[in-house]
Design a protein. Structure first.
Ligand code: 5GP
Ligand code: ZN
Length: 111
């Protein structure tokens, strides 16, 4: 089976602006940022979406998201974490990822 886009980024086969990496996850800046801070937190293991991953994986992603929110100075004013899931959820890359968005006022409901 062909590797997906985020597996290729994980393996360094496609360049990315990586901002964090540990045993379980990598994080890199979104190529089409929707906010001044827009980072994608991606488990190293391939899961299609949040319905497929173990709880520990979701925990590792949240740990990284919290750390990155602090590092990017977002905790005072706030930020948004998003996991688009499936077709109606607007997911375009079928490798589980969490968006960390911050640095501007968010609106709700999201489009
Ligand atoms: P989704 O729409 O699946 O929730 O989010 C996928 C995200 O991946 C989008 O925000 C899109 O801009 C981003 N993206 C797509 N291709 C690339 C790429 O090659 N590099 C990076 N850094 N981000 C990408
Ligand atoms: Zn993948």
């Amino acid at each position: 089976m062909n590797k997906c886009l985020f597996c290729m980024i994980r393996d360094g086969e496609i360049p990315s602006d990586k901002v964090y990496e540990d045993e379980h996850v990598i994080a890199f800046r979104d190529i089409d940022p929707q906010a001044p801070v827009h980072v994608l937190i991606v488990p190293k293991e391939h899961y299609a979406d949040i319905t497929e991953c173990p709880n520990e994986t979701a925990g590792y992603m949240l740990d990284a998201a919290r750390r990155l929110a602090v590092e990017n100075g977002l905790t005072e004013k706030g930020f948004r974490l998003v996991m688009n899931t499936g077709e109606e959820g607007g997911q375009s890359v079928k490798h589980l990822h969490m968006h960390l968005l911050g640095g501007r006022q968010m609106t709700w409901p999201a489009g």
